[in-house]
Design a protein around this ligand. Structure first.
Ligand code: G6P
Length: 600
């Protein structure tokens, strides 16, 4: 108890005793933030004098620390969406009215580009693609009737399929009780994070089908998921999700699952569902093999904004997202929650990502929201070049788990340590379903503690000049989760326009994928060289230098060493003599010679 009351009283900003005359104390404000900001980068100074002056003024701006003035600021800026029961509080972010005025033209331009995007403009110029995730929740906004029909048809088909699976109309072929009991979702990135977040947030305590995920190419992780299913593999619906239909991690997951089906004597196609673009590799495989169902993903929906393409209770989520989208079309910044968020991000990070975004949901079921936002924000905003080709190295880092758990982990640093972040609290007003609450001490419930922790942390951080935003929802429901996703999707879009980058492609991810492909190609060459030497009489063990020379890749010797060490650790018919800690001592050959391959 002592520590709880400590938190309540730790905020100088809310403790009237600290201020002799709170109402009149309007000017002698400590500057907020207290340290001078680093100068904006040169390109910004050169290209946007208005922004520069806003940032300079911001350095000198003080935020009201007087509790009454703070309350007025809270009331003045509080955004409420009545129908969604959603609130956005930006009062603990220190932007000045002048900053908002100076940003106004940029915001109007950003809102106009969002309008164009919704009308079907090529908003992803590098990939020459439209960006249509907003149409998924309001198909009437799709730019033509063909796209509208595609969206409506898919939504109906998914709903019907989900109902038939849950009701038992669609059955697994060899399950004893005749119903699907588990879902195994195979996918990565945007094809995993959204479903994971939504499942964690919305699944009831005893769902008709339990869901588990394979979202990596880690064989031990895949084995673990399959082992946990045990005999229930026979009643598992396997949903393979990949927009491109060619992502190697997802393909590997599928191949591993298919192997497990074969070993259990089960017929995979009767339990397999593919969610992918029409005519992708995955789609074609599913069609040829006659999988149970196939649902389309659309070219104009990016992976990280595809959460609304397939999900249980999708209609309510879509309704929440559609309401939020509507609010986000408002051209008055303070009445547009996504614009308000983007404004806070711009202010807090100087429009150059100088601070990290810490997401703290005070609700266990929202644990994965920060992980979901990590992809949405960092993959969208983390760009080397702006739309005019200038090198800008943009982005905002995102991390966070959940409150109050994080109170016992890293909040110490947030309050007192390096000041390189701003916080977003996600508050859920309803603690428990009605009728289940009880007071664990007089007048106080378990949920009151959680509430106290959130408010206390917000005040304690603010008391030390750490800015925060608070998003409040009444309950975690499909509707509010849909609204939260839509709020952040749009804020990312607006922010991207403000800083003039393409939020809808991910060229940086491709570099790593290409490099991974090159490593695997090199491994094949290494194996061919070793096979040739191992087919000699007597067998010719090779040093790493010799392997590298014969692969015509002397510059890749370090990678060859790593490939050999990895294969040796995994009992791969490869014999390495010497000590892995002294790479020069290693001599390597294969335990068996493959003549077919040698003469292929
Ligand atoms: O859905 P897929 O095509 O399999 O893509 C899965 C993921 O692949 C890449 O890593 C992209 O950067 C992500 O944006 C995408 O979500």
């Amino acid at each position: 108890m002592a520590s709880i009351s400590g938190i309540y009283s730790s905020s100088p900003t809310l403790n009237h005793k600290n201020h002799s005359n709170p109402i009149r104390r309007r000017t002698p404000l400590p500057s907020f933030p207290p340290h001078p900001k680093p100068s904006p980068p040169r390109s910004l100074a050169r290209e946007a004098p208005a922004q520069l002056s806003a940032i300079t003024k911001r350095v000198n701006a003080g935020l009201e620390k007087d509790p009454r003035a703070l309350w007025l600021r809270y009331v003045e800026w509080l955004y409420q969406h009545k129908e969604l029961g959603l609130y956005l509080d930006v009062s603990r972010v220190g932007f000045s009215d002048e900053f908002v005025r100076e940003m106004e033209p940029q915001f109007q331009a950003a809102l106009r580009s969002m309008e164009e995007l919704e009308k079907g403009a090529i908003a992803n110029p590098d990939e020459r693609r439209m960006v249509g995730h907003y149409w998924l929740r309001d198909s009437a906004r799709a730019p033509n009737s063909f796209l509208k029909a595609q969206i409506d048809k898919t939504l109906d088909a998914i709903s019907e399929f989900a109902n038939d699976v849950v009701s038992g109309k669609i059955k697994p072929p060899s399950s004893p009780d005749g119903r699907f009991t588990q879902i195994l979702s195979v996918g990565i990135g945007g094809s995993a994070l959204g479903p994971q977040f939504v499942a964690e947030a919305l699944a009831p305590d005893n769902p008709p089908l339990k869901i588990r995920f394979i979202d990596n190419t880690d064989p031990a992780g895949i084995d673990h998921q399959i082992a946990q299913l045990g005999p229930e593999l026979a009643s598992t619906l396997v949903i393979v999700i990949s927009k491109s239909g060619g992502t190697p991690e997802t393909r590997n997951g599928l191949l591993e699952v298919q192997k497990a089906f074969r070993e259990a004597g089960l017929n995979f196609p009767k339990q397999g569902v593919a969610i992918t673009q029409e005519n992708s590799l995955l789609d074609n495989t599913a069609r040829i093999e006659g999988w149970l169902a196939r649902f389309p993903m659309f070219d104009w929906v990016g992976g990280r904004t595809s959460e609304m393409s397939a999900s249980i209770d999708i209609k309510e989520m879509l309704a929440g997202a559609a309401l939020m989208d509507e609010a986000n079309r408002n051209t008055v910044i303070r009445n547009n929650p996504a614009a308000l968020l983007a404004l806070c991000w711009y202010w807090a990070t100087d429009g150059v990502g100088s601070k990290d975004m810490v997401i703290l949901p005070y609700k266990d079921s929202l644990l994965l929201f920060s992980r979901y936002l990590q992809q949405l924000v960092m993959e969208s905003l983390g760009k080397e070049f702006d739309l005019d080709g200038n090198r800008v190295n943009q982005g905002i880092s995102v991390y966070g788990n959940k409150g109050s758990t994080d109170q016992h982990a890293y909040i110490q640093q947030l309050r007192e340590g390096v000041h390189n972040f701003f916080v977003t609290f996600i508050e859920v007003l309803r603690d428990r379903p009605p009728g289940h609450d009880w007071e664990l001490e007089p007048g106080v419930t378990c949920g009151d503690y959680l509430f106290g922790m959130l408010q206390g942390t917000r005040s304690a951080l603010y008391g030390n000049n750490r800015e925060s935003i608070t998003v409040t929802v009444q309950e975690v429901t499909p509707r509010s989760v849909g609204a939260l996703i839509a709020l952040y999707e749009r804020a990312v879009g607006i922010y991207a326009s403000l800083v003039n980058i393409n939020a809808y492609h991910q060229p940086g991810v491709e570099a790593g994928k290409k490099a991974a492909g090159e490593v695997l190609a090199l491994q094949k060459r290494v194996l061919a060289v070793l096979n040739e030497a191992s087919c000699k009489e007597p067998v010719e063990p090779l040093t790493l230098e010799e392997v590298a020379d014969r692969c015509h890749a002397p510059e890749d010797i370090e990678m060859i060493y790593k490939i050999i060490a990895h294969m040796a650790a995994n009992d791969r018919a490869l014999i390495a003599e010497g000590n892995c800690g002294s790479p020069r001592s290693i001599k390597v050959f294969l335990g068996e010679c493959n003549l077919d391959e040698l003469y292929a």
